[in-house]
Design a protein around this ligand. Structure first.
Ligand code: NAD
Length: 444
């Protein structure tokens, strides 16, 4: 790993990765290689997470193509040095900001969208002119080796490489002096990544998780709220970092919301044969323990060997229940009620700042109040999850849900250092700043 990093550092220093032509060529090559392996990717995702073709394409492959297209179209603009104003006190000089790549980036990926969450940051790294080492998750080993095959077919290892392995490999990589680290995963490991990065003062982007609430106000369009929450929560069996973790509903509309949610669960995710699986038996067992909390309103059955849990709604849940103590990350949705929006805000703010928040309301004052009083990475009003797919919106957390952002221009920025340069004139030299100089400014 150390040798690989040195190789990449030398390659980076050749300046080969810097030109627009080079970066565009690599992005095209990445897209073409993914295209070639498309069938293998969907087959592997089916095998490892039981993702349907529809889900695999929309949430893992299509989104990556869209990101490449978006970035390639705008890259030449983003790469241009920017001239900025210079104050009169610096008369004769001009000021510029030069975007430059960090160098060699380490990208560590999780297992829940094992393809997309490894490739998406890589697009940013390439666009910004970096070399990169990608470390996929060990929990999806077949996707990991497929990523290795794709990357080594598309690129030489002195430019971009995949290093496979688990925690030990990840830790060894983190000991090395990378120029930037992009980590997607849990809050607890995120803290370890930041501690390791501190040893070399390596800048980090941390894409973490947390308990993302969905709030349903009395004024909400209940049928749509039910449909959109069910879709976003139970997608990929709830193993989505921005899935609604729990629902906070106004007491007056609770029973209607639950009735509609049950209906949509059946309609969208009722077929066990096509529903996503939990990543491992151990992760399934962890989730099954939450089913003992409160009362099961819908679902509640499971098959540990098959890593399957029925989409489940839980009622009679309190803040003290285990299911409300950590990020759920599975197809279990606790439903809590509130009487006033202030009460909901108070409870959400008692948790760490979430990665996402979803608010269902027709009331603009409530929208304003939540936007002002609750801090969260990003989110939607009257929808769930879809903000992630708008490349114009930087995607990331705040506080414990993450540091930094990516997607679209934000991805370019995440892998870029903005170098500020003032170009001074040599045609004249204003003496005012020099001490004890004959014509320097004097008090009168
Ligand atoms: P994880 O933190 O366990 O693992 C992520 C990566 O870190 C893996 O590649 C793993 O090998 C490595 N790793 C694990 N333990 C390590 C250690 N002690 N030292 C160094 N490296 C280590 O996360 P996960 O279980 O793969 O993913 C689930 C979590 O990721 C959830 O919390 C979820 O919310 C979050 N997530 C966030 C985003 C986002 O974009 N913000 C996206 C997906 C998942």
């Amino acid at each position: 790993m150390e040798q690989l990093l040195q190789k990449q550092k030398h390659y980076f220093q050749t300046g080969e990765t810097l030109s627009l032509e080079f970066r565009l060529k690599q992005l095209t090559r990445l897209k073409e290689t993914i295209k070639k392996y498309e069938q293998a990717i969907t087959d592997t995702l089916k095998k490892e997470l039981h993702k349907s073709l529809f889900e695999a394409y929309t949430t893992e492959i299509g989104i990556v193509y869209e990101e490449i297209r978006f970035v390639m179209k705008r890259l030449s603009d983003w790469m241009k040095p920017q001239r900025v104003p210079t104050p009169l006190t610096h008369f004769g000089s001009k000021s510029y900001i030069y975007p430059e790549p960090y160098g060699v980036s380490l990208i560590i990926a999780p297992w829940n969208y094992p393809f997309q969450l490894a490739i998406s940051p890589l697009i940013g790294a390439i666009a910004a002119g970096n070399c990169a080492i990608v470390k996929p998750s060990e929990y999806t080993p077949e996707t990991s080796s497929l990523l290795k095959a794709i990357v080594s077919e598309a690129f030489s290892e002195e430019y971009v490489a995949v290093v496979e392995g688990g925690v030990d490999v990840s830790q060894k990589l983190l000991d090395l002096p990378f120029d930037h680290i992009f980590f997607t995963g849990s809050v607890s490991v995120g803290k370890m990544v930041m501690a390791a990065a501190a040893k070399h003062l390596t800048p980090v982007t941390l894409e973490l998780g947390g308990k993302s609430p969905a709030i349903v106000d009395a004024s909400a369009h209940i049928d749509l709220a039910a449909k959109r929450i069910v879709w976003g929560k139970f997608l990929n069996a709830g193993q989505t970092c921005i899935a609604p973790d729990y629902v906070f509903v106004h007491a007056s509309v609770k029973s209607l919301l639950i009735e509609r949610m049950k209906q949509y669960i059946e309609q969208l995710y009722g077929d066990k044969n096509t529903y996503s699986r939990i990543v491992t038996v151990r992760h399934t067992e962890r989730l099954v323990r939450f089913l003992a909390n409160g009362t099961v309103l819908h679902g509640g059955t499971y098959d540990i060997e098959q890593r399957w849990i029925e989409p489940t709604l839980l009622d009679d849940i309190t803040r003290d229940d285990a299911v409300m103590q950590e990020e759920i990350f599975g197809p279990i949705l606790p439903i809590l009620t509130f009487e006033t929006i202030d009460e909901a805000i108070q409870m959400i703010n008692d948790y760490e700042k979430p990665l996402a928040l979803y608010l269902f309301t027709e009331d603009r004052d409530v929208q304003q109040q939540i936007l002002q009083q609750v801090h969260f990475g990003g989110g939607c009003i009257n929808d769930t999850v879809v903000h992630v797919a708008n490349p114009h919106l930087p995607f990331g957390g705040v506080g414990q849900s993450g540091i930094g952002a990516y997607h679209g221009k934000a991805s370019f920025d995440a892998f870029t250092h903005y170098k500020s340069v003032l170009k001074q004139t040599t045609k004249f030299d204003i003496p005012l700043r020099y001490p004890n100089f004959p014509n320097a400014l004097k008090w009168v």
